[in-house]
Design a protein around this ligand. Structure first.
Ligand code: HEC
Length: 157
């Protein structure tokens, strides 16, 4: 018997996102971990940033610009307390990933996305792409890290 685990959100053969035409890349859930983060406030999530082989190789080689074909996936889950973990630690100190919130992608193609720093973006929730209005907010918010090719996340040792 083969145990199968559903991907955190969405399917690889689903709908393309507006503006950039990015689809959920096949196999992204198996990409390598670059780092993790926690956003409080309205987002209140846990997130992991994964990279495909091209993205990970560029970090390891210390490249300043990511080559075409590099893709980042940002997965996020709600931030929930774990009663089960509390019991073994003897106090309320554990938070774990709850339901997935959404997944975002950044795809490097310096020709196709030349007007936006070479990156195409997309966000999916339960496999459904976010609308054009939301996608217009991606690039401007990543501009402050232009010097790192618009990528915030640093490779965690
Ligand atoms: C309010 C500013 C803001 C907006 C809007 C925004 N991002 Fe980001 N993004 C960030 C920050 C900050 C990080 C790193 C920390 C984190 O993940 O919380 C990040 C991380 C990422 C990452 C992981 C790679 C990296 O740069 O660290 C991807 C992929 C990503 N965002 C895609 C998108 C997409 C696609 C959109 C639009 C749907 C978007 N972002 C909108 C601020 C933003």
């Amino acid at each position: 018997m083969v145990a199968s685990t559903a991907p955190a959100s969405g399917q690889a053969d689903g709908e393309a996102a507006p503006i950039y035409g990015v689809k959920i890349p096949a196999g992204y859930r198996d990409w390598r971990l670059i780092s993790v983060a926690h956003e409080a406030g309205n987002l209140n999530d846990f997130r992991a940033v994964l990279g495909n082989d091209v993205a990970v190789a560029a970090y390891r080689d210390g490249k300043l610009l990511f080559p075409d074909g590099a893709i980042f996936a940002r997965l996020a889950w709600s931030y929930v307390p774990s009663e089960e973990n509390y019991r073994v630690f003897g106090r309320a100190q554990s938070f774990v990933a709850g339901a997935p919130t959404n997944v975002q992608f950044m795809v490097k193609d310096s020709t196709k996305y030349a007007s936006r720093g070479g990156w195409g973006g997309a966000q999916f929730k339960d496999g459904k792409p976010a609308d054009e209005a939301l996608l217009k907010t991606c690039f401007p918010c990543h501009v402050p890290v232009k010097a790192r090719d618009y990528v915030f996340t640093r490779y965690a040792p």
